[in-house]
Ligand binder design. Structure first.
Ligand code: NAD
Length: 268
C-alpha cells in the first residue's frame, strides 16, 4: 500500500529533504504540503521547490487542505505551527503524525500529547536511525559496566555550528546517565581546560571539535584501566533525518493512537 504523506513547511530545509527522500523509498507519495502565510513558495510545485521535476502538487497554506487525502502528516517547522496543524488535521483521515520540530516548552509538549488520543504520534529530536541505535547501546553499556569505567562523549561538527556540545552529544550523555540511574546534571564534567585536577570516578566528560563540513560525528568512549570500548556514529548525508521520519511514518500508520518515540519504532 502506498503511504500518502503531507508535509508541513515543505519549502524548508527538512521539508525539501523529505520530498527528495520519498523519491528513494518504495510505496511513498507526497500528496500535499504547506508553507507559512506570505511565503513565496505558496502556489508553487512541491517537486520544483525540492529541485526535482514537477509533481503536480501545489504548496498551500491550509493543513486540512494539504492533508485531505493523506495517511500521515510530517512536521518539521516550529512549535506554534505544529500545534495549530494538529487541530486542523482532526477533520481529515490522517492516522499518524511524525514530529521533528524541536523547542517545545512544557505546556506545548503537554498540549501535543493530548492529540495522541486521536493520532499515533512519533516525536523525536533526532530521527537518525543510527543515532537511535547508538543511544540504546550507550545506555545498555553504561548500565552493565561499573562506575569505574570512565565515559567520554566526543563530537565533531562543521565549522558553522554555533552551539556545543551538540544536542545529540547531550542526548548520548543522558542515555549514559540513565544507564547509571543518575541525572546527567550530577555526572557531567565541566569542559577540560587548564589545571583540571584528576578525573573524578563515575563522571561523564564531553569533548568538541569543529572542522570543515563534517555533518555530525559522535563517539562514546568507555575506559577502564585495562581496556577501551568505543561506540561511534557518523552521519554521511543530511537525508538521514528525512529517511528516519519516513520509516517512522510507515511504522506509525500501523499503530493504535498513542505517543511514541523513535526508539519504539526500532523496538529498542
Ligand atoms: P527551516 O527554517 O529550513 O524550515 C522550516 C519551514 O517551516 C520553513 O520553510 C517555514 O516557512 C515553515 N513554516 C513556518 N511556519 C509555518 C506555518 N505556519 N505553516 C507552514 N509552514 C511553516 O528549518 P529546518 O532546518 O527544516 O528545521 C525545522 C525544524 O526541524 C526545527 O525545529 C529543527 O530544529 C528541526 N529539526 C529536527 C530534526 C530531527 O531529526 N528531529 C532534524 C533537523 C531539524
Amino acid at each position: 500500500m502506498t503511504l500518502k504523506i503531507a508535509i508541513a513547511g515543505v519549502a524548508g530545509r527538512m521539508g525539501q529533504s523529505l520530498v527528495r527522500a520519498c523519491e528513494t523509498v518504495d510505496n511513498c507519495e507526497i500528496i500535499g504540503g504547506t508553507e507559512r502565510p506570505g511565503s513565496e513558495a505558496l502556489g508553487t510545485d512541491i517537486g520544483n521547490v525540492a529541485g526535482l521535476k514537477p509533481s503536480g502538487v501545489e504548496i498551500v497554506q491550509s493543513p486540512a487542505e494539504a492533508a485531505k487525502n493523506a495517511d500521515i502528516w510530517i512536521d518539521f517547522t516550529a512549535p506554534i505551527p505544529t500545534l495549530a496543524a494538529m487541530t486542523a488535521l482532526d477533520m481529515t483521515g490522517v492516522k499518524a503524525v511524525i514530529i521533528g520540530t524541536t523547542g517545545f516548552n512544557e505546556a506545548e509538549e503537554k498540549a501535543l500529547q493530548e492529540f495522541s488520543k486521536r493520532f499515533s504520534i512519533v516525536k523525536a529530536g533526532n530521527f537518525s536511525l543510527g543515532v537511535t541505535m547508538l543511544t540504546a547501546l550507550v545506555e545498555r553499556a553504561a548500565a552493565s559496566l561499573g562506575d569505574d569505567w570512565d565515559i567520554e562523549v566526543l563530537e565533531t561538527h562543521h565549522r558553522r555550528k554555533v552551539d556545543a556540545p551538540s544536542g545529540t552529544a547531550l542526548m548520548l550523555g543522558e542515555a549514559a546517565a540513565d544507564g547509571r540511574g543518575t541525572p546527567l546534571k550530577d555526572l557531567q564534567t565541566p569542559p577540560y581546560d587548564g589545571i583540571t585536577g584528576e578525573r573524578e570516578t563515575g563522571k561523564i566528560g564531553f569533548s568538541v571539535r569543529r572542522a570543515g563540513g563534517v555533518i555530525g560525528d559522535h563517539e562514546v568512549l568507555f575506559g577502564s584501566d585495562e581496556e577501551l570500548i568505543s561506540l561511534r556514529h557518523t552521519a554521511l548525508d543530511r537525508n538521514v533525518f528525512a529517511k528516519g521520519a519516513i520509516k517512522a511514518g510507515q511504522w506509525a500508520v500501523q499503530q493504535s493512537p498513542g505517543y511514541y518515540s523513535i526508539r519504539d519504532v526500532l523496538d529498542l
